[in-house]
Each structure stands twice: as structure tokens, then as C-alpha cells.
Design a protein around this ligand. Structure first.
Ligand code: GUN
Ligand code: FE
Length: 480
């Protein structure tokens, strides 16, 4: 069938008659372009494969395959709050809506009851790798890990560290307890997840050290985390930074010796190439330089940034500086678990920045992205390859290439019936794509571009026909 594959920040390939060989370990062996239906058998024979060795999955009209989405920042325990509290800004929202919800996960049975449908929702949205915040509770985070593991999603999962400036019903009793629970959680994830049965050497779940944000951590806690991550450079780190102006002010008050917000994390050894910083809206120039120097990744969470009136992150400027950027749904600051919604809002956010700073859309001398609307190719890149870079998994996922894991979606942009309206419904003439070959390459390119744009701006879970992680079908409408 047809393939849409991100290549660079500004380009993606569209391939028709694409044959992708996925081996028993769930990795991609090879990809061939422009294969006609009639010559599939011959092509397989040339590769030394016989009928009995292979299962062929032909795509239908209106379908294409693409890499799965990488959500670089979201909160699994906040999903029940989706669509709640958007008249508040960050600090009030945390106190009045978020902490009360997260506190429910003290009860392990509550976690067991709600986490399965939550994780299924992310998978149904086409997210093959998800970077989750859990709650502060060790046992419920183990439940979350078990559920992600059993449902087959690739993930980073973090136990929240928070030992100050939180309500008495939702706070860790001491920094030492926070650390010992974190160590226990890391061991739990690593022992549970050596890899799926088809590829035991390839873990699908990684632990991520998760100080909630500077405000909710004591100096003692951050010092202990510094030691912990220093001794284990494999460990991912995630936190929030510079999301809301009042939050930035309060952070300065709490850490008067630090030059700026990023400097707080840096002084505790938390900025490195496997660190993910969510939001990063109000960074000073010096902070951007530091983030770049430390090879830190930023998770752009535009839906949440709009909902909580946090601000608009200057993502184009960061891209021009060469900072690694991915997208995050940031549920429940964000109102959707779907990366499609994150892509849409990233587009709108970039457009607002462009309208404010360059209303005539004049040519820009320096930089490609700053003060411009992000192109479709960039949105696709950020949602897949960019996210993989931010999670430092880009050798393995983020695009479909030989040697990488087969983490992919089959997107279905065909109509379910000729009469009903369907999100992203396309003109019947455009659905002919899967039978188009090289003889009309430029027109098939235009058709696939059209399908991708429809999917990004009008699609939803109903267009996600199949979700594969490490070669295994784990979700999509064809799975249910
Ligand atoms: N900063 C600290 N905690 C949170 C959270 O749960 N969501 C968001 N959006 N920002 C935060
Ligand atoms: Fe968040």
C-alpha cells in the first residue's frame, strides 16, 4: 500500500506500492517501493521468502501506513479530569482540580479500575510511544506499568516526586521516602519489562525520573535525585519548566541563588540529553542556550498552553536554534489524548505567533521557522521523529526504516458509507491511491498529501485502523 514517512523537519516521503517486511522480532527488514500487486510473489521470492513464511497485509483504498505517534508528555491519572477546570490558570488548577484527582490513586483498586481504559484511549489515538507522568503513589504506578505492559504500548513511565507546596492529602512524607519509592519503582519497571515476547532484548517500557516541577520539590529531594541520576546515566528525566508566569516568579522566589528556572534544574544535574522539559513557554535567551548546550528535549504542549492560558511557546525559534522538539498532549491541561489534536494546536499556536510578529508573512532572513506557521511536514515530524529524538529512541522508532522497530499506524481515510459524514471524509476520486503506481507519481504524491492533511486536521480515532508496536497489532478500529 501507500506509505507516508517523515524524513526531515521540512520533508516527508510518500511512497506507493510499498512493501514493508517485518520480521518475527517486530523489526523492519527491508522496504521496497513501487511494487505492483501482480509482482508481490516474485519480489518475495527474490528476497528468499516463500508463501508459507509470510503473511501479507494489503492496504485498502484510502488507507496509508505511517509511523506511530510519540506523545512526549502526558499525565495518565489526569485523564478522568479531561475537559475540566479551564477557567483556571496553572497553580489554582493544580490545587483545585488536579491534585484532588491524582490523590484518588492512593487507592490501588481505583487505579486498577480506571487505568485500562485510559491507556486504551491513548493507543486508540495512534500513540505507539507515550511518556507518562503517574502519581506519587508507588503501588498505583506499578499498576499503571502492568497495564501499559499488558496492552503492549511502548512507554516511559515516571513516579512523581513532590514533597513540598502540595496539599497535605497529596504530598510525600519526606524526601528520603520519595527517593526510596523512586528507586523501588525503577527496579520494578526494569524487572518487569525486559521486552515483549517477540523481542525480549528490546524493552518497551522505561522508567523516567519525574520531579513534578521545581516548586513541588525541596532542595534535599532535588539533591538526592541529582545523585540518583548521576549514578545512572541511562535514566530518562522529565519535568515541567516555565509554563506559567506566576509559576516562574514563584520558582525564582524559592531558588534565589539560581540565575533562572533552567538553572535550577541544571544546578541539580537534571539537564542532559535524555531530559524532557514540558512547556518551556517563557524561557530567556540564556535558558534556550543552556537547553541547546545540554541537548535537552522540549515537549511542546500547545493544547494545554491554550486551555490554562499559560502562553504560546516560540517553537519556531527553538527549531531554528536546533533544539530537539516533540509534541505532548499534556492531558488534562490538554483536553485530548490524541496527538492529532496536539498537531492542530501546534499549527494554530505557530500561526498566532506568526500573526503577532510577522502579520504580512514577509520573507524572513534568518531562520526557517521563527514567526512562521509550521508546515504540515514539520507537524508530522514533531509528532513522530521529533518525539523519538526527545525520548532518545530515534535509532529505534519515529520513522519506518530498515533496522527500526515496526511501530506503525494504518490510517483509513475511506468513507464507512457513501452517505454518512465521516471525519476526514475525502472525495471518492481521492480514494484510488492504493492502486496508483509510479506512472503517476506526482499525482499520487498530491493525493497522499491531501489524505495526510485531512487526517491531521479532521481525523480522529475512527481513522486509526491499526496500531502496531514492535510488529504486534495492539489497537485501532480493526483490533476492537
Ligand atoms: N506543572 C506541575 N504539575 C503540572 C501538571 O500536572 N500539569 C501541567 N500542565 N503543569 C504542571
Ligand atoms: Fe504536564
Amino acid at each position: 500500500g501507500s506509505l507516508i514517512n517523515p524524513t526531515t523537519l521540512t520533508s516527508y516521503e510518500t511512497v506507493t506500492g510499498c512493501l514493508i517486511a517485518v520480521n518475527a522480532h517486530g523489526n523492519i527488514d527491508w522496504i521496497i517501493h513501487d511494487v505492483k500487486d501482480s509482482s508481490i510473489q516474485e519480489t518475495l521470492l527474490q528476497k528468499g521468502l516463500f508463501d508459507a513464511d509470510v503473511t501479507i497485509v494489503p492496504l485498502q483504498e484510502g488507507q496509508f501506513i505511517m509511523p506511530g505517534f510519540v506523545d512526549t508528555h502526558t499525565h495518565a491519572p489526569q485523564v478522568p479530569n479531561t475537559g475540566t477546570g479551564y477557567q483556571s490558570e496553572l497553580l489554582d488548577w493544580l490545587e483545585n482540580f488536579t491534585f484532588p484527582m491524582e490523590a484518588n490513586f492512593q487507592d490501588v483498586d481505583f487505579a486498577k479500575k480506571v487505568y485500562p481504559s485510559i491507556i486504551k484511549k491513548f493507543i486508540a489515538s495512534g500513540t505507539t510511544t507515550c511518556c507518562y507522568y503517574g502519581t506519587l503513589h508507588l503501588e498505583s504506578n506499578k499498576v499503571l506499568t502492568d497495564i501499559v505492559h499488558s496492552l503492549g504500548q511502548r512507554a516511559l513511565i515516571g513516579k512523581c516526586n513532590m514533597d513540598r507546596n502540595c496539599p497535605s492529602y497529596y504530598i510525600e512524607p519526606s524526601s528520603s521516602r520519595s527517593i526510596s519509592d523512586t528507586q523501588a519503582f525503577i527496579s520494578y519497571v526494569r524487572s518487569l519489562a525486559p521486552g515483549p515476547s517477540n523481542n525480549p532484548g528490546n524493552p518497551l517500557i522505561y522508567p523516567v525520573v519525574t520531579p513534578r516541577f521545581a516548586i513541588s520539590c525541596t532542595n534535599e529531594l532535588l539533591s538526592s535525585l541529582k545523585t540518583l541520576v548521576h549514578l545512572d546515566t541511562r535514566l530518562h528525566i522529565q519535568t515541567h519548566i516555565s509554563e506559567n508566569m506566576k509559576e516562574v516568579e514563584y520558582t525564582k522566589e524559592l531558588y534565589p541563588d539560581c540565575e533562572h528556572y533552567a538553572g535550577v534544574y541544571d544546578s541539580y544535574g537534571l539537564l542532559r540529553n535524555n531530559t524532557i522539559l514540558a512547556h518551556a513557554i517563557w524561557l530567556q535567551e540564556k535558558e534556550i542556550d543552556l537547553v541547546k548546550e545540554r541537548e535537552v528535549g522540549i515537549s511542546h504542549c500547545p493544547t494545554s498552553n491554550f486551555n490554562l492560558r499559560s502562553g504560546i511557546a516560540p517553537i519556531g525559534k527553538y527549531l531554528d536554534r536546533g533544539v530537539k522538539i516533540g509534541l505532548g498532549t499534556d492531558v488534562s491541561g490538554g483536553f485530548s489524548a490524541s496527538m492529532l489534536v496536539a498537531m492542530r494546536n501546534a499549527s494554530i499556536a505557530s500561526t498566532v505567533v506568526a500573526l503577532q510578529n510577522n502579520p504580512t508573512n514577509a520573507p524572513i532572513k534568518e531562520g526557517k521557522f521563527a514567526n512562521r506557521q509550521l508546515p504540515l511536514a514539520t507537524l508530522l515530524y514533531l509528532a513522530t521523529k521529533g518525539g523519538a529524538e526527545v525520548c532518545v529512541l530515534d535509532q529505534q522508532i519515529g520513522s519506518l526504516e530498515p533496522g527500526k522497530s515496526f511501530d506503525a499506524l494504518i490510517v483509513d481515510m475511506s468513507n464507512i458509507s457513501s452517505t454518512s459524514k465521516w471525519p476526514g471524509d475525502v472525495d471518492p476520486a481521492l480514494r484510488k491511491i492504493s492502486t496508483t503506481t509510479s506512472s503517476s507519481r506526482s499525482s499520487s504524491r498530491a493525493i497522499l498529501e491531501g489524505l495526510l492533511e485531512k487526517f491531521v486536521f479532521c481525523g480522529d480515532d475512527r481513522n486509526v485502523f491499526a496500531v502496531f508496536v514492535q510488529g504486534k497489532l495492539i489497537g485501532g478500529t480493526s483490533y476492537a
